[in-house]
Design a binder for this molecule. Sequence first.
Ligand code: NDP
Length: 250
Amino acid sequence: MSRFRLDGEVALITGGGTGIGLGIARCMVEAGARAVLVGRREEPLREAAASLGDACHYEVFDVTELDQAPALVQRVIDRCGRLSILVNNAGIHLKKLAVETTEAEFISVLNTHLLGAHAMTRAAARPMLEGRHGSILFISSMAALFGIPRVVAYAAAKSAYLGVVRSLATEFSPHGVRVNAIAPGWINSQMLRHLDSDPQRRDKILNRTPMNRFGEPQDIGDAAVYLSSPAANFITGIVLPVDGGVSIGF
Ligand code: NDP
């Protein structure tokens, strides 16, 4: 089973203080990795890092500060000795009709998901490529796989990840760095709290989910561990739905 472990790896997880990112961090720490949680708000990061113990610390950082990414990566390497896993998970949601979505809102979503992830990847990939070892994950969405109304900017960003992942995989994989995406179904997190006041939508989602439940952050965490572990050594450039069957259900 050691091929499914991450002993000795150092993982930087953007948005690691809450929800899916925290689930990924928890699973990676349990699998033997050190986790660095990144986000804008210190309080959730501090609580999350404390709950994960000594194998975890946090960095307050905004991924839209694109030119600061190399310094963040250097701080992690100085403290932990290496950086071998990057999880581009930080995200914001925007639920709005397309005709009401402004350029500023569209740009803000793209900045966080796409340019932020690119800046982090560019900074983290250099030491990974030099060391010929690494795993980079992008957290995509069902919005990249089928049409969902009122998420035009979010769908653009999450769909773009799939092209980015394929392109990066062709550039990096010959040098020992694998690049993959996970497309989560509907996962219990802060991002889903709006369903508390929208039981109709909640039922719609559950009715089209063959497993008839929402996912948990751990479901995504387990997949992230697998994709970053030696057990997935021949897997690169893919998007793995972790969705209780939503993407194949009718
Ligand atoms: P959360 O809102 O809990 O997580 C979003 C995280 O991103 C927060 O920790 C937030 O921290 C961080 N973040 C947002 N903007 C920035 C920024 N500019 N710089 C650094 N960190 C940032 O929701 P989820 O856990 O659900 O979302 C995690 C990812 O999973 C997102 O990319 C989301 O799109 C994706 N996803 C979620 C699904 C779901 O059903 N929940 C389904 C499919 C995909 P802070 O605000 O402190 O910066």
